[in-house]
Structure formats: structure tokens, C-alpha cells
Write a protein that binds this ligand. Structure first.
Ligand code: A3D
Length: 320
């Protein structure tokens, strides 16, 4: 049986890291695509040359021609521009919307059966636009944000509690922006919900609130440190987890920016929710119970995404 084909649309910091991780995990043959001639080819050759050392059986190539992504099983999209200090994710909207148009058309023409994972920011609006531009079925197009935001939350919690992050589960829903919703009630250490750990004296509500805020600001914290771009190791690892769930039909329960139609009172809208990812793509949207405060935070986050989608429609009339 042929190896799966993974196309990485955008070969910058995240794209290169995705290629490396996908190769190390032997998820399939990898094609790096970019408009900057030389970059995808150079990164592909560099990673291919690590193959004999790492003992990787995967073909690796770089291209500026969409024809080379033909028949891809998975496309991970990072094409566009990233944030610099002082910029919000939303500042990227105008430029990256145009990029999503060309990427959507390229995928539609050459890899219409692929499972597409978008990472380009502002995430929830870009994945919505990418699905529209590509015309692919909505359950085959999703956005990576929830796995990353939850991973950041888990990392901070494992540090606070001095326990292995393997035993920390966490839930972050809503849009991938300042209004994202880390749900403490559904986040646990060894199955014990965070509010119970506060009652048990493991931490204080103030410390927990600070961790929630640090999670919301997690992207900006890295941008502030790097100064020349945004995070790429953890975003790449998170998207690879989603790609692997699809390629291996793992039926993982992962939060992602999914097309929500009916659940959560939404009609045909992309936002971060728990999903089941398997060979069918986003096979299920999981609707969890929220209390009044959680619902209010979620609705605020949805409103922020709605504002960005409206801005996309204003910029590109074909999306209206
Ligand atoms: P960067 O290293 O700049 O790579 C972007 C690449 O896209 C560059 O190599 C460009 O040449 C290429 N590119 C630009 N226009 C096109 C085009 N039309 N077609 C193909 N390629 C193109 O950025 P990065 O890899 O650090 O980040 C990529 C995107 O991910 C940015 O929009 C970030 O804001 C976003 N990002 C999202 C998250 C989420 O959690 C959602 C996290 C971190 C970064």
C-alpha cells in the first residue's frame, strides 16, 4: 500500500517544523509548498538528509507548483504572515485572507479529497474562508488552535501542581484569540477537576485565574520573547496530533476549530469545540454542558469570531 501523502502549504517556521515532525513520526511522504522559491526545496533536502541518521522512510520534496500536491491525503496550511510584537492576530486578516483564496483554489484543484488543517491566523476566520474558497466538505476542513491552547494550559498546570503533564487534561474552547475559554471545570489532574483541587488546597483560585490568563496570552508571550515571529514548535506538534488522528483513524477527542451546525446554537460557523477526529475527518462535534458563566464566555468568543468573519465578507464580496 502506498504511503499517505502530506502536503504542507507554507514552508516557514511552522511548515518546516511540521515536515520534520511528520518525517520523524513516519506519517507519510511529505511535500513542502511555498511561494518563496528555494525555501521549500531547501528545507525538504535538509530534512531528507537527516533521514539516514534518523532512519526515516519517507519521500521529501519541496515545490512552488500546486500540481505537486496532487492527491494529498492531508494538507496543513500555514501560508501567510505571522505576528510581530505589538500586532494582534486580527491585524493579519487582510493579507492572509488573500492567501487563503489562492491556497483554497490550489487545494480544490489538486487535492480535493484531503483532510485540511488550517493554522494561519486569525484562525477561526481563516479556516472559515479556506473552506469557502476551497469548496471542500466542511467536515474535511478544520483549524488547529484548541490542541495548542489546551497544551499550553496543561503545561502551566503541570508546573503549578508539580505533576506529570501526562496526568493533566485540559479543555480550551471558543475562538483562538483573547476571548478563548479555558474551562477549569472540565480540566483535571488524574481525573480530579481543577475546582476540587482548589478546595483540596493544591492551589488557590487567584493562582488558577492567573494561569487561565497566561493561557489566553500564551501566543503573545512567545511573540514578545522571540520578537521576530510567533510560536512554531508547539503549534506544529498540535497539528501533527490532529493529522495523525485522521491518518490512523484514531477517533481522538480533540478540540479544534470545526464547522458547527446545530450544536451550541450555531448555524454553519467555525469555532473551537471538542470534536472526534478519525478517518471521516471531523466525525462529530461534541456538545458539552456549560454553566451560565462558561456560556457567557463562549458567546463572547463566538461574537469576536463573528466580527472577523463579517470583516472577511466586507473585504472579499465573493464570501458574502
Ligand atoms: P512564517 O515563518 O512567516 O511562514 C509563512 C510562510 O508562508 C512563508 O514561508 C511565506 O513565504 C509563505 N507564504 C506567504 N504567502 C503564501 C502563499 N500565497 N502561498 C504559499 N505560501 C505563502 O510563519 P509561521 O510559520 O511562523 O506562521 C504561519 C501562520 O500560522 C501565521 O499566520 C501565524 O500567525 C499562524 N499561527 C497560528 C497559530 C495557531 O495556534 C492558530 C500559532 C502560531 C502561528
Amino acid at each position: 500500500m502506498a504511503r499517505p501523502k502530506i502536503a504542507l502549504i507554507g514552508s516557514g517556521m511552522i511548515g518546516g517544523t511540521l515536515a520534520h515532525l511528520a518525517a520523524l513520526k513516519e506519517l507519510g511522504d511529505i511535500v513542502l509548498f511555498d511561494i518563496a522559491d528555494g525555501v521549500p526545496q531547501g528545507k525538504a533536502l535538509d530534512i531528507a538528509e537527516s533521514g539516514p541518521v534518523e532512519r526515516i522512510d519517507a519521500a521529501m520534496s519541496g515545490t512552488t507548483d500546486y500540481a505537486d500536491i496532487a492527491g494529498a491525503d492531508v494538507c496543513i496550511v500555514t501560508a501567510g504572515v505571522a505576528r510581530k510584537p505589538g500586532m494582534s492576530r486580527d491585524d493579519l486578516l487582510g493579507i492572509n485572507l488573500k492567501v487563503m483564496k489562492s491556497v483554497g483554489e490550489g487545494i480544490a484543484a489538486h487535492a480535493p479529497n484531503a483532510f485540511v488543517i488550517c493554522i494561519t491566523n486569525p484562525l477561526d476566520a481563516m479556516v472559515w474562508a479556506l473552506q469557502k474558497f476551497s469548496g471542500l466538505p466542511a467536515h474535511k476542513v478544520c483549524g488547529m488552535a484548541g490542541v495548542l491552547d489546551s497544551a499550553r494550559f496543561r503545561h502551566f498546570l503541570s508546573e503549578e501542581f508539580e505533576v506529570s503533564m501526562r496526568d493533566v487534561t485540559a479543555f480550551v474552547l471558543g475562538g483562538h484569540g483573547d476571548t478563548m475559554v479555558p474551562l477549569t471545570r472540565y480540566s483535571t489532574v488524574g481525573g480530579i477537576p481543577l475546582p476540587d483541587l482548589v478546595d483540596m488546597g493544591w492551589t488557590t483560585q487567584e493562582k488558577l485565574d492567573a494561569i487561565v490568563q497566561r493561557t489566553r496570552d500564551g501566543g503573545a508571550e512567545i511573540v514578545g520573547l522571540l520578537k521576530t515571529g510567533s510560536a512554531y514548535y508547539a503549534p506544529a506538534a498540535s497539528a501533527i496530533e490532529m493529522a495523525e488522528a485522521y491518518l490512523k483513524d484514531q477517533k481522538r477527542l480533540l478540540p479544534c476549530a470545526a464547522h458547527v451546525d446545530g450544536a451550541y446554537g450555531l448555524d454553519g460557523f467555525y469555532v473551537g469545540v471538542p470534536t472526534v477526529i478519525g478517518a471521516g475527518g471531523v466525525e462529530r462535534v461534541v456538545e458539552i454542558n456549560m454553566n451560565k458563566d462558561e456560556k457567557a464566555m463562549f458567546d463572547k468568543s463566538v461574537d469576536a469570531v463573528k466580527g472577523l468573519v463579517a470583516a472577511c465578507k466586507e473585504i472579499d464580496g465573493s464570501l458574502a
